[in-house]
Design a protein around this ligand. Sequence first.
Ligand code: HEC
Ligand code: HEC
Length: 457
Amino acid sequence: MNKWMYVLIILALTSVALLLTWQVSTLAEVPTPESPGMVALGKLIFFDENLSANRTQSCATCHAAGVGFTGPDSITNAGGAVYQGALPHRFGNRKPPTAAYAGDSPVLHWDEAEGGWFGGMFWDGRATGAVLGDPLAEQAQGPFLNPLEQAMANPEVLCVRVKQAEYAGLFEEVWGAGSLDCAKDVIGTYERIGRSVAAYERSSEVNPFSSKFDLFWDRATAAGKDVTKIKCGMGGGMGGGMGGGAMGCPGGGTNGWASYRNLGLTDAELQGLAVFNDPNRADCASCHSLQPGPAGYPLFTDFGYDNLGIPKNPANPFYTMPKKWNPDGQNWLDYGLGGFLKSAGYAPEVYEPELGKFKVPTLRNVDLRPSPDTVKAYGHNGYFKSLDEIVFFYHWRAMMDNGCMGGGMGGNCGGMQDMFPPPEVDQNRTPLAMFPRPQVDNIVAFLKTLSDGYFQR
Ligand code: HEC
Ligand code: HEC
């Protein structure tokens, strides 16, 4: 037997011993993720700026409650839309998605029936969840040590900072005596930190389902109306529509939007929702799903991946980052899921069809902002600066892909081809459904009903 075999055997024995003592000492006390103590602890960690290289940055710096747990800074959002890390001149390369309503994303997997990848965390799914069995907890470990984010040297430094925090007592209360031991069990502690943050991110404080839409959903359900079936419906003098015709949205008939009146949404919002949901109109819900999630309300994502053909954001500071971080300079292309799968060692026939695809984000709180002049950015690189712009892009993209038919232009694109720059990645683009220009405003009106804080549960 060589010396490595001895080392391996000793390692195996010690881990069994450790596991046994751990089980006796703490396993009985492992709290459920819903425990109020763990949620409170996770919140304190989430907002603790001391948990970064120079004590200036917390999760909330890039995921602030007032803007729906995404980036709060108008100036940043209006430009590169990418946030500086704790250390100066260090930028990541994507816009922060919301950290709310993310807890139901499954472990990243290929779905044979759907023929696509689903789950995981991040725009490209690289926090797969395979290690901890929970993508959200696994994601929460990342930013502390990411050199372009909170930039701490290693899990031990993080552990020591948590030990120094005022809430160190609460940590041991929640996770048991000895659960915050930075000498003996750094990795275990690191995992408990991730799971605590995830518990907060899954709490009702972060996922209150308290939007105008949720109130409408409750009222519709009580009235025996199924919101997942709302559609444009037939003409028939219900008013408010754009008239009949294949591309109008008159709202009559069974499940036509007009039959959902008097439940809290305006006619414009109802029409927007109908166009959003109707497979014969914009069909947004085929990705931003209206099917209720585990809490009984829709999450507006199917956790899948698609390439919409969003252009590059030339103001992204990542283009000018040193070679160490960005070897491709100005030629850098964000390949999303396909890029991750390639780096994870998958074969070309697996990753090539996924190049340019990004995770379908939830649309909850997509408009939430402290004041009307706060700028928010949309898309993985924050190219779009308003909901009007991105929804108009969907309208335009579908028209261009369909040879400008149906848009009242008789097959003539009328010089509209160049309204947006070319896609960042032009492979694997998803065909989008057409809907008439005037419906852009109604869809935006509907998206604005997804902001939490409209009512108290
Ligand atoms: C410097 C800004 C920054 C900081 C600090 C930061 N994040 Fe993020 N966060 C981002 C960006 C950017 C992404 C998207 C990165 C990507 O997709 O490659 C992201 C992605 C996420 C996601 C994925 C959401 C989804 O649906 O895929 C979650 C959850 C999240 N962050 C939570 C956290 C937590 C918890 C912390 C603190 C431990 C944190 N973030 C700290 C910028 C930041
Ligand atoms: C084929 C699936 C699919 C369809 C259909 C679809 N989306 Fe999306 N949506 C996505 C993906 C994927 C992204 C992220 C793309 C990216 O960043 O490159 C996204 C991003 C968005 C965003 C930006 C959210 C954010 O936080 O940055 C909004 C708003 C949005 N979609 C609204 C809509 C509306 C409205 C419709 C219908 C007109 C629609 N989507 C149809 C998949 C889809």
